[in-house]
Design a protein around this ligand. Sequence first.
Ligand SMILES: [Fe+2]
Ligand SMILES: [Fe+2]
Length: 194
Amino acid sequence: MSHTALDVIRDEHQALSAMLRSLSMLLTHSRRENLLPPFDVLRAMLFYVDEFPEKLHHRKESTLLFPRLRERAPEMGPVLDRLDHDHAVGEQRIRDLEHALLAFEVLGASRREAFEQAVQTYIDFYLRHMAVEESEVLPAARRSFTSEDWAEVDAAFAANRDPLTGHEPADEFRPLFQKILMSAPAPIGLGPAQ
Ligand SMILES: [Fe+2]
Ligand SMILES: [Fe+2]
């Protein structure tokens, strides 16, 4: 049986993975060509991660999905503790990344390496995190949730409006997504690797 919450979570994971892949490609390309990357596009991409996956997706997992699963499947406690910890440090990690980008932009090539390494660490961290959610948490919810649980969790995740999962962006976010879609390389946008 399909559940809106599971579809939304998987779609949002895909959007975040695609964003991170695109970010990595942009950096690889600019390094190979010995160019500075397009900082405005990188800033827009990191800002998206901060505003949508961090504030909407992970927060809703930690405040709604995980507590419900702790009740229904107590054996998942240790896994959920680790994932909750990831969520708790995730916001600081993206801020640190934004700061490392600023240092690269302001101070120049001497900070390229540090920023690229920070991006790679961040990507590895979130890909592992999402893989654990998909391979352990979502199947456990499937096994243990009641129909009342699903009604609540489905309604909460259906309210997410991540523009990278097919929702119209709110007016204030339109220029941000326009920039990302037109300038970032595939798989997230239509732009060249730059
Ligand atoms: Fe998560
Ligand atoms: Fe997630």
